[in-house]
Design a protein around this ligand. Structure first.
Ligand SMILES: Cc1ncc(C[n+]2csc(CCOP(=O)(O)OP(=O)(O)O)c2C)c(N)n1
Ligand code: SF4
Ligand SMILES: [Mg+2]
Length: 310
């Protein structure tokens, strides 16, 4: 990156552009490697809208981090020219939690697949949500394991034929939005890669939420589950029903009921409440502790703690 870092106090977003001030990133600056997804994969749309979000909100490289687990969808950070990590299968959230808690000045985005987030990473989803750690998790749900070439995932519908269920899936699928509300996520939204404007608006609202924001994004795997989301796509004869304007997003029971509607259900923000984040609570504890050691450097405080333990 050729630009020098700003000396100004760090904020999550770049300031208004004044003459001579550092501008936000352009799409050209944020695009990395050529995506290796199959032509027509829904994940292309999510990536393009992430670039748009970064450009629109004038984020700088060091103000955003992109973290993922393993899967086709989890290749995401490879294609973003910014800080990030393609981490272990199912473990994007613990990694993202560490970044979020130690760097309150930037926004953490985690991208997962349905298998990564709800199968191997299912426990991390629960605990990150209940702790209300500030970050945005976008799950690109294609209702199949794409990377490993068509196994049943936790969101595959009953009867789905795959390499692990050759006679059709017999296990009841989970409903990601319902699960997110139940485990304590403070922002829960549903969108679809086939509706670009909706994806962008949803990711933007999620980013602005002060807490754990979860975006369930339908993203078709054209190779192993073609047509899975046609019923939610008006261009394919389906319907894209938005969350009714009358819906109270702070009403947990109403949100749960709305999230329970038969597939494809309603799209938009289903649930949003404000609750102190783990980030804020830990910062408070740290500040009160550090106030007892004014004038000392972090390592000196640590040394004092070790000395006490002798
Ligand atoms: C510990 C471990 N177990 C299993 C795998 C094999 N594996 C890689 S990706 C994947 C599933 C990916 O499915 P999903 O998260 O839905 O992503 P998609 O490829 O569909 O985008 C599996 C089982 C692995 N890499 N590591
Ligand atoms: S296998 Fe499916 S999910 Fe993976 S890149 Fe191809 S279309 Fe996308
Ligand atoms: Mg998948």
């Amino acid at each position: 990156m050729s630009q020098t870092l700003s000396e100004k106090p760090i904020t999550a977003l770049a300031p208004e552009i004044a003459p001579g001030a550092r501008p936000g990133l352009t799409r050209k600056e944020i695009v990395a490697d050529h995506p290796t997804w199959c032509p027509g994969c829904g994940d292309f749309s999510v990536l393009a809208l992430y670039f748009k979000l970064i450009e629109k909100r004038k984020l700088w490289h060091e103000k955003i981090t992109t973290i993922s687990g393993i899967g086709c969808s989890s290749r995401f950070p490879y294609f973003v020219q910014a800080h990030g990590a393609h981490f272990i299968h199912g473990r994007a959230l613990p990694f993202a939690s560490g970044v979020s808690l130690s760097r309150p000045d930037l926004h953490v985005f985690a991208f997962s697949g349905d298998g990564d987030a709800f199968s191997i990473g299912g426990n991390h989803f629960t605990h990150t949500a209940r702790k209300n750690i500030k970050m945005t998790l976008v799950v690109m749900d294609n209702q199949v394991y794409g990377l490993t070439k068509k196994q049943t995932s936790p969101t595959s519908p009953l009867g789905f034929k795959s390499k692990t269920d050759i006679w059709g899936a017999v296990d009841y699928p989970i409903n990601p939005a319902k699960q997110a509300i139940a485990v304590g996520a403070t922002f829960v939204a549903r969108t679809s890669a086939s509706n670009p404007n909706h994806v962008l608006a949803t990711m933007e609202a999620a980013m602005d939420h002060e807490g754990f924001s979860f975006v369930h994004c339908l993203s078709e795997c054209v190779e192993f589950y073609e047509g899975a989301f046609d019923s939610a796509n008006p261009r394919k004869g389906g319907v894209f029903n938005e969350v009714p304007k009358s819906h109270d997003v702070t009403d947990e029971m109403a949100a749960y009921k709305l999230a329970s509607a038969d597939f494809p259900g309603n799209f938009g923000v289903l649930y949003k409440i404000n609750k102190p984040t783990k980030n804020a609570k830990e910062a408070e504890i740290n500040a009160s502790f550090q106030s007892k050691f004014t004038g000392l450097k972090d390592w000196q405080i640590l040394q004092k703690t070790f000395d006490r333990m002798k």
